[in-house]
Design a protein around this ligand. Structure first.
Ligand code: CMP
Length: 148
């Protein structure tokens, strides 16, 4: 099995709910290693660039506004099959459909159709995507492991 790197973002709603520690524990308990992390915030323009792939979708504006609304925590996770392992840990995109035992399923049950973008965490959807998403948040010097 291949060691992979993936980008995780703990979103503003998770910081508001104070479940950052719980999310990080779940990541580590799943066998993933946090090899870079920073608390930061992004501008509306940066959020729109990060989610460029979703431009034009009905939820795009709300998503970008939400991501720029407060502090976030970006992390690089390392591990065997890190991309799929972390996506399984997050659960389905819609917290109302996410299984219990997943981050979104356990911490996102207060979400409504009107604020569906508030799903606590982001994880890269593929190794290639992870590469560019990691570079969006971290310089080479900020990564403990070699993430090319
Ligand atoms: P994320 O994994 O960060 O990837 C894209 C984000 O868009 C997703 O999590 C949600 O925050 C948001 N999103 C995806 N689909 C919808 C939707 N139907 N309604 C509102 N937000 C959505």
């Amino acid at each position: 099995m291949a060691v992979e790197y993936t980008l995780s973002i703990i979103k503003p709603d998770a910081l508001e709910k104070r479940c950052v520690g719980a999310i990080m524990s779940r990541i580590e308990n799943a066998g993933l290693k946090i090899v870079a992390t920073k608390m930061t915030s992004i501008s509306l323009e940066e959020a729109c660039n990060f989610y460029e792939v979703h431009r034009g979708k009905p939820f795009y504006n709300a998503l970008c506004t939400f991501m720029a609304s407060g502090p976030i925590i970006a992390m690089v996770l390392e591990g065997e099959n890190a991309v799929s392992k972390y996506r399984a840990l997050m659960g389905e995109t819609n917290p109302l459909k996410a299984s219990s035992g997943t981050i979104r399923g356990d911490f996102g049950k207060d979400v409504t159709e009107a604020n569906r973008e508030r799903n606590l965490v982001h994880g890269s959807d593929a190794v290639e995507t992870a590469r560019s998403e990691i570079a969006f948040f971290f310089s080479t010097l900020e990564r403990l492991s070699v993430v090319q």
